[in-house]
Design a protein around this ligand. Structure first.
Ligand SMILES: Cc1cc2nc3c(=O)[nH]c(=O)nc-3n(C[C@H](O)[C@H](O)[C@H](O)COP(=O)(O)OP(=O)(O)OC[C@H]3O[C@@H](n4cnc5c(N)ncnc54)[C@H](O)[C@@H]3O)c2cc1C
Length: 404
């Protein structure tokens, strides 16, 4: 194979970077992962893996361990402040065996980190990469202390939604912050693996929203929507206000709310709407949130990052040279990434904005759509990560799994 072994640098030891490191090291490339944290760790609480992301974990040999760490999710139930069902989607509408998986970020992180080390990738912690330089056809990563890393035949940028390298490589890239973000915390919940396992949301107008996602047999993650301006690291969180508003919105969730607020270990999350002119520039390619970050309204970001990682390794394996590999990668991932970025962006103001009339539209239209037999499976397909664009979608295979 013409491209083996490549010298590959990966910036960022997150979901996309770790998965890419494992696939690329498995393929025989020499892989170095550059991570800013001295002790690499995930930021945030729990997330929902779709059949797409689970397929990538299966390809990495991690699916079984992920399934035992996480909590199987059968669907999504969103209710308004009066308890009226607005969103009601079930994976079984796609295939009786289909499901999602709620998982703690720390559990997913540990699985992926062990996997990348077992694959032979080298992890270099404590280096914050701030720029990229070209050295002929290769790329050198420069860290904040003027250290140089490389040269690499390929530099994979996976430094997340607040990427420092995006603007350096693509000065015209856009990545505005969303005006709303959220806080989240994982708390013990003995009922997390009860008979009905759902990602549940409760919302009132467009300024108040809470979610509860089972992420382990005995734990759930609570999400609470807040304005981005209230999420700065210097702003103290008013957890008593969160407690009172959340209890008023969702009294039945009192035990989760009380545990989360008394634990006080909320992480803060802000998100960006990222648009790059293209996914690569010479020997530098962007994957994951660095390339197509968006709001988590459709719960796809980690899944898209995992799919990027798989597609990148496959494209390198199939291509005769780097330019062809980048072209193949962009063709494989471009349409789906663009769809989910745009669809999340369109949907977000209906759940997180100051446009209160949008809540009325949301409650009427989404409720109607979820009750319409032809539309409902299409919406479930969006949730399951199956869309390839506005006009095309993929299907699960005969076992109810996503075919990679
Ligand atoms: C509240 C919330 C809920 C979400 N829920 C879901 C969900 O249910 N399902 C889902 O699929 N997705 C979800 N997402 C999105 C998901 O978290 C992201 O899409 C995913 O983590 C992106 O992975 P990544 O590897 O691209 O970036 P990240 O996971 O952010 O990793 C980036 C890595 O790069 C490192 N880094 C950053 N800058 C530098 C630098 N300059 N030098 C070196 N290293 C650097 C960071 O420390 C980090 O380790 C959610 C996001 C939020 C905020």
């Amino acid at each position: 194979m013409a491209l083996v072994p490549f010298e590959i640098g990966i910036v960022g030891c997150g979901v996309a970077g770790q998965a890419a490191a494992s696939f690329l090291a498995d393929a025989g490339h020499r892989v170095t992962v550059l991570e800013r944290f001295e002790q690499p760790h995930p930021v945030g609480a729990g997330l929902l893996l779709q059949p797409t992301g689970l397929a990538v974990l299966r390809a990495l040999g991690l699916e079984r361990d992920a399934l035992s760490a996480g909590a199987r999710i059968d669907g999504l139930l969103g209710e308004n402040q009066w308890g009226i069902r607005v969103i009601d989607l079930a994976y079984c509408d796609l295939h009786p065996a289909a499901f999602g998986l709620g998982i703690r970020r720390s559990d997913l992180f540990d699985l992926l980190r062990r996997r990348l080390l077992a694959a032979g990738a080298r992890l270099v912690p404590g280096v914050e990469i701030v720029d990229v330089e070209r050295e002929g056809a290769r790329a050198v990563a420069l860290d904040r202390k003027a250290g140089r890393h490389g040269p690499f035949d390929l530099l994979v940028v996976a430094d997340g939604t607040h990427s420092a390298l995006r603007q350096r490589v693509f000065p015209r890239a856009r990545a505005p912050l969303y005006p709303w973000g959220c806080i989240c915390a994982t708390v013990p919940d003995p009922l997390a693996s009860g008979a009905v396992r759902l990602l549940r949301q409760r919302f009132a107008d467009t300024t108040t929203m809470m979610g509860i996602l089972p992420v382990a047999p005995d734990a759930v993650t609570m999400f609470w929507s807040l304005r981005t301006r209230d999420l700065g690291p210097e702003r103290p969180l008013d957890l008593e206000a969160v407690r009172q508003e959340a209890l008023a919105l969702w009294p039945e969730a009192a035990s989760t709310i009380e545990r989360a607020v008394s634990g006080g270990e909320f992480s803060r999350a802000t998100y960006r709407h990222v648009a790059l002119p293209r996914s690569s520039e010479g020997p530098v390619v962007f994957v994951g949130d660095a390339a197509h970050g968006t709001s988590p309204q459709l719960g796809q970001g980690a899944n898209l990052g995992l799919l990027d990682a798989h597609a990148l390794a496959r494209s390198l394996a199939e291509a005769g040279d780097l330019a062809q590999a980048m072209e193949l990668f962009s063709r494989r991932r471009g349409a789906s990434n663009r769809f989910y970025r745009s669809a999340s962006h369109l949907l977000t103001p209906f759940f997180q904005s100051d446009s209160v009339p949008l809540a009325i539209l949301r409650d009427l239209l989404l409720r109607q759509a979820c009750q319409t037999p032809i539309v409902r499976p299409m919406l479930t397909g969006v949730l399951a990560g199956l869309r390839r664009g506005w006009l095309s979608a993929e299907s699960l295979d005969t076992d109810g799994q996503y075919p990679l």
